[in-house]
Ligand binder design. Structure first.
Ligand code: P1T
Length: 385
């Protein structure tokens, strides 16, 4: 795909080529595990679907183009994508991660990889530089921005510039799930690997669990693909097709998600039942200046603290009607999450308390419905709390 084309055009066309045998404009779902060879080792680029599959290739070309990268790998989930990166490490290596990350990412680092000898240091990258805890064993700097669920915004360019001066040079990974490539391009800011849970905005319709890695470096792609092919964490052809289909409307969806989220963040900031609102697009956000500089928009996630205690939060969550009380995010429909009990329950309570993930914290994934309807729903549920 031509690198000079705009995002909307890339989203519709990248990776998609009319089928040469019949002209079908849409990529077929290649539901095949294997491929016939003319003679041993002589095939048409595909030999076994764990290694690659034409529907997955189409999605990977699209994902690479959207992130401005050279290569992508489509995985079976966002957590698989994380796990593939971690398999590049050896026992004794260390990771420095931002402290506020998706609960499942934190769980993988704390309960699986620590047991296998890879230690993770969790720090608040908004106020502490990784330089403060780096040592000769540091191999990966793990950035999620905006973070889940506190929506902290971490300066990607600043950390990448620092990482480039280090020897050995750690890999900088950016989980770009919340912003999506529509609003943020970590590779252009110097990141080595971009990670996605494609379950979220990229697919956009809450009907797939998937993940992706995007890189520019040929050698790094080779190492990651070796891990993926060896362990088997691939996106299947039907899921690949669904994500590819979802991507075509990514630009339109993200515009609407942001428009609605901005209106809701402003509405909640003035609401008498709300203590504090976190949204990177509000001038009250602690990293508003960084967000304005590194993102072209602020996304569809809004987090807020309610006044009162768990009882008030529970009443609110039981009274909401248009929003659905559910884990996940990034679909066309609005969701509400209680991180302490739901998505971040696997984080030890004392760590949650230190981070500020309290019982009064509520996370919204603002969908593409009518903004007035969404605000009306929030208002009636807040009043009932
Ligand atoms: O669920 P999965 O596709 O495996 O993706 C994991 C993941 C990775 N990174 C971020 C930033 C995420 O938010 C997630 C998944 N998050 C949720 C399910 C959630 O509700 O926050």
């Amino acid at each position: 795909m031509d690198g000079r084309q705009h995002f909307e055009t890339i989203a519709v066309h990248a990776g998609v080529h009319p089928d040469p045998s019949n002209g079908a404009i849409m990529t077929p779902i290649f539901a095949t595990s294997t491929y016939v060879q003319k003679s041993p080792g002589h095939h048409q680029g595909y030999d076994y679907s764990r290694t690659n599959n034409p529907t997955r290739t189409a999605l990977e070309e699209s994902l690479a183009a959207l992130e401005g990268g050279k290569h992508a790998l489509a995985t079976s989930s966002g957590c698989t994508a994380t796990d593939i990166i971690m398999h590049l490490l050896d026992s004794g290596d260390e990771v420095i991660s931002c402290d506020d990350v998706y609960g499942g990412t934190s769980r993988l680092f704390r309960t699986i990889w620590s047991r296998l000898g890879v230690k993770t240091h969790f720090i608040d990258m908004c106020s502490i530089s990784p330089a403060a805890v780096t040592n000769a064993k540091t191999r990966v700097i793990w950035i999620e921005t905006p973070t889940n669920p506190l929506l902290k915004v971490i300066d990607i360019g600043k950390i990448c510039s620092w990482a480039q001066t280090q020897s050995p040079r750690p890999l900088v990974v950016v989980d770009n799930t919340f912003a999506s490539p529509y609003f943020q391009k970590p590779l252009a800011l110097g990141a080595d690997i971009v990670l996605h849970s494609t379950t979220k905005y990229l697919n956009g319709h809450s009907d797939v669990v998937g993940g992706a890695l995007v890189v520019n470096d040929d050698e790094l792609r080779k190492r990651l693909h070796h891990v993926q092919n060896s362990m088997g964490g691939i996106a299947g052809p039907f899921d690949s097709w669904l994500v590819l289909r979802g991507i075509k409307t990514l630009a339109l969806r993200m515009q609407r998600h942001e428009q609605n989220a901005t209106a809701i963040a402003r509405f909640l900031e003035k609401h008498p039942k709300v203590e504090r609102v976190l949204y990177p697009g509000l001038s009250s956000h602690p990293q508003y200046a960084v967000a304005k500089q590194q993102m072209s928009g602020f996304g569809g996630m809004v987090t807020f603290f309610m006044k009162g205690d768990m009882g008030n939060a529970r009443k609110f969550l039981e009274s909401i009607k248009v929003f659905s009380l559910a884990e996940s995010l990034g679909g066309v429909e609005s969701l509400v999450d209680h991180p302490a009990i739901m998505t971040h329950a696997s984080i030890p309570p004392e760590t949650r308390a230190k981070l500020g993930i309290s019982d009064s914290l509520v996370r919204l994934s603002v969908g593409i419905e009518n903004a007035e309807d969404l605000m009306g729903d929030l208002d009636q549920a807040l009043r009932a709390s």
